[in-house]
Design a protein around this ligand. Structure first.
Ligand code: DGJ
Length: 743
């Protein structure tokens, strides 16, 4: 049993082949944290890890005990106000105004498998052997409130899932003002913090900074996990590389406001936590009610950042993504957004679809602009019925025509939003999130529906499900294009307004759950102005996410590279779009565009009737190539080789290796060309050192150990590499793909 409780020493040891996590019940009955890291031997007592040091001027818990202060001890789920002065993991306001809490150990329950979290996305296991869980029950006798800390350790994965549940059994009403999902502490501060930050069209860039005393944090207050910062945080040793050294990471399975925070105290202890952002958050708990936090995933790696990422990838592919598309290659799609924007009719759409079919593409996705009177972004959100002027045969008629061509049909929706110019707004202006007597801010001419209200979610559910029932839809792109301002719900009393942001996300999850249960065959792709809500919460419902509205291949290198820190390739929507690119106006070859998009869920987003015959011939080959490798992309192990965030930002490289190590695909990308170049030894990883492989494009046979220690020797001259060259190929933004297979 990989979770052990020692009654004598009152210690819990959670362990598997890779990691250990140790908790101790302290002498005041609160929980202390002893260790998280590489697996260590189980032993009768870990007492020696608890160093209680008396320090001058410290406030201590007990009279006549000058050593025992929570300030000097690592805490498991820290509280504020009883000698620990650091930032706490939870805080509760009581009726008398006090915020002091004291949750003491009561009991525990160890079981095989894992429980779900009510109404929230979370990792799951299909068979009990895949994980072991423990619930530790604590109790605050003044508030008569229980706190259950949930832990799951996965078999063969260096990961622990955590969440917390508060249950009020007292007569008083209490108000939770902070409830983090997880917190742990490390004994030193010799780390660098890694975060994925950016903005719209440049999401999830990798940023690294050394830890400093005090608080360093990232957060969202936008009502979505956001493109500003991803709900992911890691710390790594200075010497940690992609393939060696220690790293710890936390990722929140949640799509709303979050806080990820690291505090280094004045004795160089590092406290790391993640959860719902306490800023603007409150949750009232009256007698008999409970509150559950979202789940946090904690990962440890002693084999560098690649291993950390692979742990997340394997966990999400196997224990988070659900349904028919789990671990399955996805259809190659063509999306009409960048081909037509709002300007289309049935003829144009069928024209693009026909060409797509000819070139081997498998699915057509109709993006924004098909409903109500929507000809630009000023109207019709909320009116989920077809625009007959554009599509006289309806979605039903169009989807049938597309299917007759031999393609699947996909559809764009933005169910959480409303335009003032809509039938829905005329009937329900009160459904908009807005604060009475105040201006309501505009974003893309639209407003946010109050999804904290059940009747609003019910209405949207009936509209969207009717639409999906009456047409042959195989895929849905669920977009969300503005953040929440003037957050207020007319259905909540004054003292509960702090709940709206969380209730909103619960409403979104409710709608997702109903739709995926009703339509289990539909592949959902989440989207939020591109990657503004790319998080594990969404992956529980939609196995893939539109990674970014930036479709430029060179920008995408950074975005996809950063996204891979936590998220698998199977989750990253990535398309070949037109050149010059619509976002940055850059000209890149169709080869490079495809070579980048291949490392994700592949598709196209341009008018295939407008490209040259030579490019069409290339598209045919790209589609064939993708079909050959998409299973490897979805199921293989991804390794980052050269970072676009380091050195001169000019080279990026990555690769995918099959689980049996018999096949691999390498992508190598050079942004700008430069004269008189040196040769590059591109060292690969993850291969079997004893297997003799063929490297197709180089016409070479090489052992795994040669490619991993010596590398592939590359120059920037395609002809020297034996690669096919086209006179029109642009010499900036070149890229190579290498197919590697056991001989
Ligand atoms: C934002 C998305 O990210 C785009 O791909 C596209 O669907 C537009 N919205 C449509 O309005």
């Amino acid at each position: 049993m990989p979770i052990v409780f020692n009654n004598e020493t009152r210690e819990f040891h959670l362990y598997n082949e890779n990691i250990s996590y140790i908790i101790k019940i302290l002498k005041n009955n609160q929980l202390g944290h002893l260790y998280f890291g590489k697996k260590i031997h189980h032993r009768a007592s870990f007492e020696h890890l608890l160093k209680v040091v008396g320090r001058g001027m410290t406030v201590c818990v007990f009279e006549n005990d000058n050593d025992f202060s929570l300030e000097n001890i690592k805490q498991e789920y820290p509280s504020y106000g009883t000698t620990d002065f650091r930032y706490p993991a939870h805080q509760i306001r009581q009726e008398n105004g006090s915020r002091v809490t004291n949750f003491e150990f009561v009991s525990y329950n160890i079981f095989k498998g894992k429980e779900n979290i009510k109404d929230l996305p979370a990792t799951y296991v299909e068979c009990e052997e895949e994980a072991t869980s423990i619930q530790i029950k604590l109790y605050d006798s003044v508030m008569k409130t229980e706190l259950i800390l949930n832990y799951t350790i996965f078999e063969n994965h260096s990961a622990i899932a955590r969440s917390a549940r508060f249950i009020n059994n007292g007569d008083e009403k209490i108000t939770i003002t902070n409830a983090m999902s997880a917190s742990f502490e490390l004994s030193d501060d010799q780390f660098e913090m890694v975060q994925l930050s950016g903005a719209w069209t440049r999401e999830r860039h990798v940023k690294v900074r050394p830890l400093q005393p005090g608080i360093q944090s990232i957060y969202s207050s936008k009502g979505a996990s956001s493109s500003n910062h991803n709900p992911f945080i890691a710390i790594k040793r200075k010497e940690t590389t992609e393939n060696s050294g220690e790293a710890y990471a936390m990722n929140l399975v949640y799509s709303g406001n979050f806080l990820a925070q690291i505090e280094v105290d004045n004795f160089e202890l590092t406290r790391m936590m993640i959860g719902i952002n306490p800023f603007n958050f409150e949750w009232e708990l009256s007698k008999g009610n409970s509150f559950e936090t979202p789940e946090a995933i904690m990962v440890y790696s002693d084999e560098g950042l690649n291993k950390m990422s692979q742990t997340f990838h394997n966990l999400y592919n196997n224990f988070l993504v659900r349904g028919k598309w789990k671990n399955k290659p996805r259809p190659i799609l063509i999306n009409n957004w960048e081909a037509t924007y709002f300007d289309f009719n049935e003829e144009k759409i069928v024209g693009i679809a026909k060409k797509a079919k000819e070139l081997g593409i498998e699915m057509f996705v109709l993006d924004d602009g098909w409903f109500g009177k929507r000809n630009d972004d000023t109207s019709s959100l909320g009116d989920w019925y077809v625009n007959k002027e554009k599509l006289p045969n309806g979605i039903d008629g169009l989807s049938k025509k597309i299917q007759e061509l031999g393609l699947k049909f996909g559809l764009w929706i933005e169910p959480e939003m409303i335009n003032k110019e809509s039938e829905l707004y005329r009937v329900h202006p009160d459904w908009v999130i807005k604060t009475p007597d105040r201006n309501t801010s505009y974003g893309r001419n639209q407003f946010v529906l109050d999804f904290s209200r059940k009747e609003v979610v019910d209405y949207i559910y009936s509209a969207i499900s009717a639409l999906l029932r009456t047409s042959s839809v195989s895929y849905v792109k669920w977009d969300m294009n503005r953040n929440i301002t003037e957050a207020f719900s007319i259905k909540l009393p004054a003292e509960r307004q702090g709940e709206i942001m969380h209730r909103y996300i619960l409403g979104v999850y409710d709608l997702y759950e109903r739709l995926i249960s009703d339509f289990p065959d539909i592949l959902f792709e989440s989207c939020s102005g591109g990657g503004g809500r790319f998080d594990p919460g969404m992956l529980y419902y939609a196995p893939q996410t539109w990674t970014s509205d930036d479709t430029d291949a060179i920008e995408r290198l950074k975005i996809q590279y950063g996204t891979s820190f936590a998220y698998p390739l199977s989750s990253m929507g990535s398309h070949v779009s037109a050149a010059p690119n619509h976002q940055v106006k850059r000209l890149t070859s169709i080869d490079t565009r495809a070579n980048v998009a291949l490392f994700g869920t592949f598709g196209y987003e341009l008018d295939l009737n407008k490209i040259s015959e030579a490019e069409k011939a290339k598209v045919i080959k790209q589609v064939e190539f993708c079909k050959k490798y998409r299973e490897l992309i979805v199921t293989g192990d991804f390794y980052r080789l050269i970072s676009p965030f380091e050195k001169d930002y000019n080279i990026t490289s990555w690769m995918v290796v099959s689980k049996d190590k018999k096949r691999a695909l390498v992508g190598y990308y050079q942004a700008l060309n430069y004269p008189n170049q040196k040769l590059t030894n591109l060292k690969l990883v993850g291969l079997d050192e004893n297997i003799l492989y063929t490297v197709k494009q180089l016409n070479l046979e090489l052992y795994g150990d040669e490619m991993m220690n010596l590398g592939l020797v590359l120059s920037n001259k395609p002809e020297e590499l034996g690669l096919e060259i086209n006179e029109n190929d642009i010499n900036d933004f070149i890229s190579y793909i290498f197919e590697i297979e056991e001989k």
